[in-house]
Ligand binder design. Structure first.
Ligand SMILES: Nc1ncnc2c1ncn2[C@@H]1O[C@H](COP(=O)(O)OP(=O)(O)O)[C@@H](O)[C@H]1O
Ligand SMILES: [Mg+2]
Length: 284
């Protein structure tokens, strides 16, 4: 069997902003089709700069990026944006139309679709994102959560093969986070590759199989999230906090429940506690 090549291959890239800030240094990264990957790290670590290289918004000062096995250095932002859809942290950096409906239609403009197809795609995406009732409203008059949803809808309607979200859960309420989780679950079922920048440790711990930690423009670790986020040394280095289940686990160990060391998830903790109670009651 031929081994599948990564959909994103980053080979030894670096980037300095025109003012001299070295935002990315010696970055190497492979991401395979269908993966769901988190990028975490302190503010200023280079997370946003890294994802901006994927659709040509910034071009590496050195090194090469391949998407679908093609060097992207000579490809335009317009071409790359059809493959890599980036949903930025601040929706107002990407929303500019006069109405919610126009925002989606504008986003579909570069695809050479007929008027009717644009309308039916627009109607469908507004329905999927519960934005139909705001169809004629200015994006400026949406709530924070709604504008974030519109920014997502305006990218997802273009059906890019790689989806990148910059801090999607920031400032979102529980219902909005649930919506987002359902969204990424359904996009993943369609085979999409998803990259999520987040500071939300509990979200990453539960939903993202792989996590990349960045610091000072570099990748300092890249591995299974349950390993990465349980590593106290790395967590301190990147100003994150340990997942709650790990904190609970450590308190139990301090209280001489040493055998709890390998318990990593809520479900495993429930099983562990259930066994403990069973064992205790059978000893009475
Ligand atoms: N447009 C810019 N011009 C100059 N420096 C920038 C610009 N954007 C970001 N930086 C700097 O690049 C570094 C990485 O920033 P960024 O990629 O935004 O980090 P993160 O997303 O992890 O918070 C920081 O030192 C930041 O101050
Ligand atoms: Mg950022």
């Amino acid at each position: 069997m031929v081994k599948e090549l990564p959909v994103v291959m980053i080979r030894e890239i670096g980037y300095s902003y025109p003012n001299g800030t070295e935002a990315l240094k010696n970055i190497n990264l492979n991401i395979f089709k269908g993966e769901l990957v988190g990028i975490m790290g302190k503010n200023g670590a280079g997370k946003t700069s890294l994802i901006r290289t994927l659709n040509g918004l910034i071009r590496p000062t050195y090194g090469t990026i391949y998407i679908d096995n093609e060097n992207i250095s000579s490809k335009s932002i317009a071409t790359l944006s059809k493959k890599v859809g980036i949903i930025f942290q601040n929706p107002f950096h990407q929303l500019f139309a006069n109405s919610v409906e126009e925002e989606i239609k504008f986003s579909l403009k570069s695809f050479n679709l007929g008027k009717e197809e644009i309308q039916s795609k627009t109607d469908r995406i507004l329905r999927e994102f519960n934005l139909e009732k705001y169809r004629n409203r200015s994006p400026l008059n949406l709530s924070g959560g709604e504008s974030k949803k519109l920014a997502m809808a305006s990218i997802i309607c273009r059906d890019p093969e790689i989806l990148v979200f910059d801090e999607p859960t920031l400032g979102q309420d529980a219902k909005e986070i649930d919506f987002f989780i359902n969204l990424i679950t359904s996009e993943r079922k369609k085979g999409k590759t998803i990259i999520i920048i987040t500071h939300n440790v509990e979200f990453a711990y539960e939903y993202l199989p792989r996590t990349i930690l960045m610091a000072d423009g570099q990748i300092i670790v890249d591995g299974p999230t349950k390993k990465v986020l349980n590593n106290e040394f790395l967590i301190k280095q990147t100003s994150l906090i340990l997942p709650q289940i790990r904190q609970f686990n450590l308190v139990l160990q301090q209280n001489e429940f040493y055998e709890v060391e390998d318990v990593l998830t809520t479900n495993e903790m429930i099983d562990y506690l259930r066994n403990l109670i069973k064992h205790k009651s059978s000893n009475i």
